[in-house]
Design a protein around this ligand. Structure first.
Ligand code: KG4
Ligand code: ZN
Length: 338
């Protein structure tokens, strides 16, 4: 059991990805991002599943080639069972099942949300990995969750969004500003040049560890409508300050929820995951929290922040060691709670 090769497949949303891991070391991680959705300002499920259908074979071939591994040497196939878009999940699920059947090797189902958190256990340059228990915060275009991670496969949801995901709060605000999809990275870029306190937005009133971003999005919309009525060039003249203020408001929500989670659990190790972990503001504030609050924080390398198959592969490896295999009767699960 010391020489395990996992081929992992991820197809839950709009990225088709395949990765090969040797134990907990990543050998390859190929991601085909679907450009088609940009024109529509968001992911179109029907188009996503068709693109997965086109991409999956070349992406798997590339992952094997880059890893320099023959498929006959694979120990098991791991795949994302859910949560995600049903049509997208079906492509990866069917492909993984067929391949495992053809190669006569075990099949391992993976929860995408667990994978975002367990991505921290892929070998990395720092050599640092979180220790149990730790707090995981998954922030992306599809999810916003705070979980208490007691062990690899024992995670308790402490809070989650009641409406929009945090990535959507970024992307929808960007859309209001006329920025192309996905606007999160652009808000981040302009925010770095602006004054975060230029335009105060109201704080979310949701208590506990849950989140709500739909009210925030509406307040951005009304604010922009009001100001552009007074000055049609308001956005162009203030873009950096508007972006900085939006980012500041969102990050403050994330930070205050983390503080609450730490107070509630007494756990001071924080590991984040999901596309929004790439945000420069959240990275900075977490690094500061190490000194300020004595937290130990873990931020994944960029390629493991956004959706990728390497994170599915590490869960595959951890499950392989426990012989947590699944049967060919397995089906995709659009709503799949941790
Ligand atoms: O994890 P991911 O690739 O896909 C989902 O599962 O959703 O996350 C994509 C999300 C998008 O909403 C994108 O705007 C956001 O992550 N994002 C960012 C940044 N980079 C990606 N948001 C803010 N700042 C960034 N630098
Ligand atoms: Zn994701």
């Amino acid at each position: 059991k010391n020489n395990i090769y996992i081929l992992a497949i991820e197809s839950s949303c709009d990225d088709t990805s395949a990765a090969v891991l040797h134990n907990s070391k990543m050998l390859s991680n190929v991601v085909a991002t679907q450009k088609i959705h940009e024109e529509y300002g968001g992911v179109v499920p029907e188009l996503a599943s068709r693109a997965h259908q086109q991409n999956i074979v070349p992406v798997v071939h590339q992952a094997l080639a880059k890893a320099n591994i023959n498929k006959k040497d694979l120990s098991a196939i791991a795949f994302t069972r859910g949560p995600g878009l049903m049509g997208s999940l079906l492509v990866g699920t069917s492909f993984a099942k067929s391949l495992a059947l053809g190669l006569n090797i075990p099949l391992i189902e993976v929860n995408h949300m667990q994978a975002h958190i367990l991505a921290h256990f892929i070998d990395n340059e720092t050599g640092k990995k979180p220790e149990f228990p730790f707090i995981g915060m998954t922030i992306s275009g599809g999810h916003t969750q705070i979980v208490l991670v007691k062990s690899y496969f024992d995670m308790e949801i402490l809070g989650q969004t009641l409406d929009d995901a945090v990535g959507e709060a970024f992307d929808k605000s960007a859309k209001i500003l006329g920025l192309p999809y996905p606007g999160g990275p652009l808000i981040d870029k302009y925010a770095q040049l602006g004054n975060p306190k230029a335009f105060p937005f109201p704080k979310s009133k949701v208590g506990g560890l849950d989140f709500s971003f739909s009210g925030f999005k509406t307040s951005v919309l009304y604010f922009i409508q009001r100001e552009t009525q007074k000055n049609p060039n308001f956005i162009a003249e203030n873009l950096n300050d508007i972006c900085a203020s939006i980012q500041y408001t969102i990050i403050n929500v994330l930070l205050s929820k983390l503080k609450k989670a730490v107070a509630q659990t007494g756990v001071k190790q924080i590991a984040i995951g999901g596309g929004v972990s790439a945000n420069s503001g959240i990275r900075k504030i977490l690094q500061e929290a190490e000194q300020k609050h004595g937290w130990k924080t873990f931020i994944p390398p960029f390629q493991f922040c956004t959706d990728n198959a390497a994170m599915i592969g590490i869960v595959g490896y951890l499950k392989y060691k426990e012989e947590l295999f699944t049967t060919q009767e397995i089906t995709a699960k659009a709503r799949y709670v941790i």
